[in-house]
Design a protein around this ligand. Structure first.
Ligand code: SF4
Length: 275
């Protein structure tokens, strides 16, 4: 069923569409919403609450490397969700976390062990995520969420709502995407959050993105801002990179960004400040 403002706003708060139309489906619909904490998924959740749409679970995956402002934002969203719907966010975490995966995870596959031995790379740790091996997104976010959603789908008649904005509709695949149905763009999603008092602690005033602060895929300009606005996180990033280089050397696993170590970026940004 396409989601429109009309058919959604008519659903009374806290009730499933199937409660009104029992003949549709024998099993009550279970409504699970994914929440990354960014502007699009936050906007989706706020609008679903506001429009009286049924919500049975809100699922979030914590990489452990989110900005402190993001953790505060998620706490604020959780408080609001609890006030409005008596629900808390279900937070999923890898049992060992980002740094364990990066530096310590023992490698098992024979081919991988042989390859590492040949290159003189230790048989543990994944190193910095790279374009070809973006292990972090899978292990810390998507696998956790899809495992939980698949479990729910197996046990209940689950609909999974995902906050992708209308101008990113190409990313949609197989779930329910109300923001796309409602034609809400990324810029509008941010404004909707701001208008309702959710300002992400100012993160979007500084950065284009609000995901992991240590992400090697962020642009140089974002890293420059990280050094300026979050010096404590920048110091941690310098430490992580020094450890990666010591453990893996100057090869793809030990390489933060093509052509750049974090220390080299630090020197570059410091020199720019003196100009
Ligand atoms: S934001 Fe970057 S570091 Fe974090 S999970 Fe995604 S790709 Fe990995």
């Amino acid at each position: 069923m396409p989601l429109t403002n009309e058919n959604l706003t008519e659903i009374p708060a806290g009730r499933s569409p199937n409660e009104d139309s029992g003949f549709f489906c024998a099993q009550k619909q279970f409504n699970a919403v994914s929440l990354s904490g960014g502007k699009d998924s936050t906007c989706l959740l706020l609008l679903m609450i506001e429009r009286g749409m049924p919500i049975d679970a809100v699922i979030s995956a914590d990489t452990g490397m989110e900005f402190p402002e993001m953790y505060e934002h998620l706490k604020k969203v959780d408080d609001y969700l609890f006030r409005e719907r008596g629900l808390h966010i279900t937070t999923l975490r890898h049992p060992r976390g980002f740094e364990w995966l990066m530096f310590e995870e023992p490698k098992q596959k024979k081919s991988s062990l042989e390859n590492r031995a040949k290159l003189g790379v230790p048989p543990y740790g994944n190193g910095w995520p790279g374009i070809r091996v973006r292990w972090c997104t899978g292990q810390l976010k998507t696998h956790l969420i899809s495992k939980e959603v698949n479990r729910l789908k197996k046990e209940k008649n689950t609909v999974h709502y995902v906050g992708i904005a209308a101008d990113e509709a190409w990313r949609c695949k197989g779930e329910v995407y109300p923001l796309v149905e409602w034609g809400i763009t990324e810029a509008e999603a941010l404004k909707i959050c701001y208008d309702r008092g959710f300002d992400f602690g100012g993160l979007y005033e500084i950065y284009h993105r609000a995901s992991c602060w240590c992400c090697p895929f962020q642009r140089i300009d974002e890293l420059r801002k990280l050094r300026q606005h979050h010096p404590e996180l920048w110091a941690r990033l310098l430490e992580m990179d020094a450890r990666a280089i010591a453990q893996y050397g100057h090869n793809p696993l030990g390489q933060f960004k093509q052509g750049w170590t974090v220390a080299a970026l630090d020197a570059r940004f410091a020199a720019e400040q003196k100009l």
